[in-house]
Design a protein around this ligand. Structure first.
Ligand SMILES: Cc1cc2nc3c(=O)[nH]c(=O)nc-3n(C[C@H](O)[C@H](O)[C@H](O)COP(=O)(O)OP(=O)(O)OC[C@H]3O[C@@H](n4cnc5c(N)ncnc54)[C@H](O)[C@@H]3O)c2cc1C
Length: 453
């Protein structure tokens, strides 16, 4: 069942009566399993006796993306192509800006279905497609458990205010989803692709990408690796998660954020697996659901309702005020973005965290907090710190460029947080130091581990 709250008409255009297929323009939800947008496209097509076509627009210069991100994504798209073929669905992979590719294929479509993305360019692309497609365009929200506007109609102050709203609705949306079988295959349709999706390496060579950040060996893209990670997490790490998740050495967390970012796995699959897991303490289960649903969907809420989500100006007034009052405080150390990216600071713990990020495209959550707080301490101004942190975050993390990137970088500067005791440089925003690392876990073991990456 696709809950009606997930579905939204993006224009008033009528269906194209002589359309040859229902088009699913895939962008955010890069998967076949538990994909409500694909599911709706199949339902609409079956009801009209039409086939379904899935299209993806692959551009060379996707905002802020580099070779690291592309390699991971293309591995996932190869799986999408194979799984669609098994379901007799044609996957058309074309070179070009996603809306342009979607609009070209929309000319023959009865209806165009798209998934939902929350970032500015994703919203603008869908607007353009809805305005120009000349047929009905329907958006389906499949990458959250509770649809964003169903949970709340405004930017929330923090986890504290969105939590009860999400919890009230959560169980209504924690429902598995299996799409109908396809009644009319589209493999025989005469629709050209520009790439062979099953060959990610060839695509990676052909695209004109930012090659300054290389791919990683720690994460292989795709729904298959995502499902394996999820199974291992539920089996081995969910029990004990509530305490273990704050321990970078134990790494007792799912490490599924890159897969969620690219839509290679649905958050619903993670939530349902956690809910069904046996022999797990209630505290561990609810701790995981808190991060996956409340924290993650607070990020979507923030981006959806905050026009300038990537600018310093969007920080809460109290945070900008207190940081402004401490702008001229003396900084003991100053590093620019290049020195930070190279991990060349006086702090071995910070350098180790940066190494985890640079080499493996990921960093443990606890170290992300420490990492970001130190950049505030080591930058000339809070505005510089904000810009540098966001740039590093989005450049090196596989899960960067996500609503969670903007919300969490904002959190470093007081977003979704409260005022703490006033101190130099930070003013009243939360501070962290290396004594906390030493007190809470074996930070030297973490440093050693990062050297093995
Ligand atoms: C400075 C800073 C920058 C961050 N940048 C990003 C980023 O670019 N992309 C990103 O996805 N997350 C980011 N996070 C949030 C969090 O650190 C990661 O989502 C988490 O570490 C991913 O590891 P995991 O998949 O093992 O998480 P798990 O502990 O297994 O949690 C499950 C899922 O819940 C979600 N989640 C967990 N914590 C948060 C959180 N604080 N906010 C939102 N969602 C959360 C993630 O989707 C995660 O995969 C950042 C946090 C900080 C403090």
């Amino acid at each position: 069942m696709i809950q009606p709250e997930r579905i939204r008409d993006l224009n008033d255009a009528a269906e194209r009566g002589d359309g040859s297929y229902v088009l699913y323009w895939m962008q955010q939800a890069q998967r076949v399993g538990t994909n409500h947008a694909l599911g709706l496209a199949i339902e609409l097509a079956n009801a009209r006796g039409l086939p379904v076509v899935v299209a993806f627009g692959l551009m060379d210069d996707y905002p802020e993306a580099n070779r690291r991100h592309y390699a991971f994504m293309l591995e996932g798209l190869a799986e999408v192509a194979a799984e669609l073929r098994e379901r007799s669905i044609r996957f058309v992979l074309r070179h070009g800006e996603p809306p342009r590719v979607a609009l070209a294929l929309a000319k023959e479509a009865a209806i165009l279905v798209c998934d939902r993305g929350y970032l500015r360019h994703q919203v603008a692309w869908r607007r353009k497609v809805a305005d120009e497609a000349g047929c009905r365009v329907v958006e389906v929200e499949s990458d959250v458990v509770v649809p964003v506007e169903t949970a709340s109609d405004k930017a929330e102050y923090g986890a504290r205010t969105i939590r009860p709203k999400i919890q009230r609705l959560r169980d209504d949306f924690l429902v598995g989803f299996t799409p109908e079988a396809v009644e009319h295959g589209s493999l025989d349709l005469d629709l050209e692709s520009d790439f062979e999706a099953l060959d990610p390496e060839a695509m990676l060579d052909r695209l004109k990408l930012d090659r300054s950040v290389d791919r990683v060996s720690r994460f292989k893209g795709g729904a298959g690796p995502a499902r394996e990670r999820l199974a291992a997490f539920i089996e081995e790490k969910l029990d004990g998660y509530a305490d273990g998740r704050n321990e970078p050495v134990a790494r007792q967390c799912s490490e599924l954020s890159p897969y969620l970012h690219f839509g290679q796995i649905s958050p619903l699959d993670l939530a349902l697996a956690a809910k069904a897991a046996e022999g797990v303490d209630a505290e561990d289960r609810s701790g995981f659901l808190e991060e996956l649903i409340v924290r993650r969907e607070l990020s979507m809420n923030f981006v959806a309702f905050t026009q300038d989500y990537d600018s310093y100006a969007m920080l809460p007034g109290w945070a900008r005020k207190t940081l402004g009052e401490h702008k001229r405080d003396k900084r003991e150390h100053l590093y620019d973005e290049a020195a930070l990216a190279a991990g060349e600071t006086h702090d071995p713990y910070w350098n180790a965290a940066m190494r985890e990020m640079r080499v493996s495209g990921y960093m443990h959550n606890y170290m992300r907090m420490y990492w970001g707080k130190k950049i505030i301490e080591w930058s000339k101004t809070p505005e510089d710190a904000f810009a540098t942190t966001l740039a590093l975050n989005n450049r090196w993390f596989l899960d960067g460029r996500d609503p969670a990137s903007f919300a969490n970088v904002g959190w470093l500067f007081g977003l979704h947080d409260r005022a703490w005791t006033e101190r130099p440089v930070f003013g009243k925003i939360r501070y962290m130091n290396d004594r906390g690392l030493k007190r809470k876990f074996d930070i030297d073991a973490y440093v050693k581990w990062t050297e093995t990456l």
